[in-house]
Design a protein around this ligand. Sequence first.
Ligand code: ACM
Length: 540
Amino acid sequence: MSELIPAPRAIEGPMRCAVTLDRDTTLWAGPGTGTTERWLRATLGAALGLPLPSGPQDARNSVRLHLDDTLGPEAYRLGVVSGRGVEIRGGDAAGVFWGAQTLRQLLGPDAFRRAPVRPGAVHVIPHQIVEDAPRFAWRGLLLDVARHFMPKDGVLRYLDLLAAHKLNVLHLHLTDDQGWRIEIERYPGLTEVGSWRARTKIGHGASPLWDEKPHGGYYTQDDIREIVAHAAERHITVVPEIDVPGHSQAAIAAYPELGNTDVIDTTALSVWDTWGINPNVLAPTDSTLRFYEGVFEEVLALFPSEFIHIGGDECPKEQWRRSPAAQSRIKELGLADEDELQSWFIGHFAKWLSVRGRRLIGWDEILEGGLAEGAAVSSWRGYAGGIAAARAGHDVVMCPSQHVYLDHRQAPGEDEPVPIGYVRTLEDVYRFEPVPPELDEEQTRHVLGAQANVWTEVMDDSARVDYQTFPRLAAFAEVAWSALPAPAERDFTGFERRMAAHYRRLDALGVAYRPPAGPRPWQRRPGVLGRPVDGPPPNG
Ligand code: ACM
């Protein structure tokens, strides 16, 4: 049988018996299982030409969906039993849905297409029981739709890909220096001005090349509602990120009063066309706070997520050091320095979100100068921020750049397109461990989970995003879902064997992954400079 990515916890039963699904197979969906009922007909049924009409619970050879409160959150039990058919029991609606994803994996690559390629084929699944539950509650992917815009259909497709890998958080990086990607009705300039740039640096670092074609795009509020609803149907939470107080040049280009007007002429700024850390940051004024409260009010109305990401990373303090307004704010608040000023800025939104029943999450820089009660941390500069946060009782999502930044190159050598960062192979990602040994049991409970991050400076279309993301996201998904042994003991050979089947599924899904032997000719970018970092990544 084809094994699973992520792998099931336990598989038992003789392989001689089997269940056959055909046009007469009926579907019984118990209370609370509607998302899976709809998904089975619209996705699995459409792929295989199975209408799956409703039928009674006791029909022979049927598919049956149940909630089962003896199972834990997101856990499922998939039974494929000769004569009876397929039964999926879930600890909650999400568990039933993940069980259906495993059923799809058992049905082979054709189950991953959008329409039948072999009409009338019979679909045989060997008799088996799969009992399975996730290790982590937060199994995330960050898509940076700010550096290069990903049109709405691409995001919907990525939600489908996440669901197929039992990942349940899409962190959408919606704003940055290079673009503002979400319609905010009260501030139309954010998208009229902030959602496009006149030209774009091709490549990274010292690359001298420019694409003179304007680049842009944004999601209307209805687009966002559609994305959030598509995610909810797949038990995926969309966590929006509005990055403050750094990474804000696109917003300042649209509303120059948001910047440090007493230091530079912010009216001369445009949406940034190149890459790196940008000195033009938000002014720490009351009017900036009020402006972003207005932004977040609309964001909260669109995204039901408990966590709202406010960025907080890479905010150079040079303009605040030179700004009389920022300096008098530091004095007036009795703060020690610019780090405490950033902490005050972030703390303001932590409180603002908390009175609205939400929680702030930010990059690990938000620990500098003190972190607000209840705030959580995305640990990206290694594990250190996550360790410090968990020790202080804060929740953490582990996404250390040296392990799970999927913009980093997948192999050494000249063939990798626009190589960035360290070499992080499929095996390296498979051996990523989200919980560092420094944490004790109590602190480990603060590790909500793990996230892979896809930053798109050098990914100008969805094929490039696919190339960087896959196959490594499959390894990441298994790490986030399964309780694997310690990194050195993980069976990478077994994983590679299962990947042979999974590549066929990715083919059927139309994913432009990096083949094991290296990029296809059209996946190369000869002559475009990246910014590779030599040597092994640092530990920690
Ligand atoms: C980050 O990579 N700047 C969070």
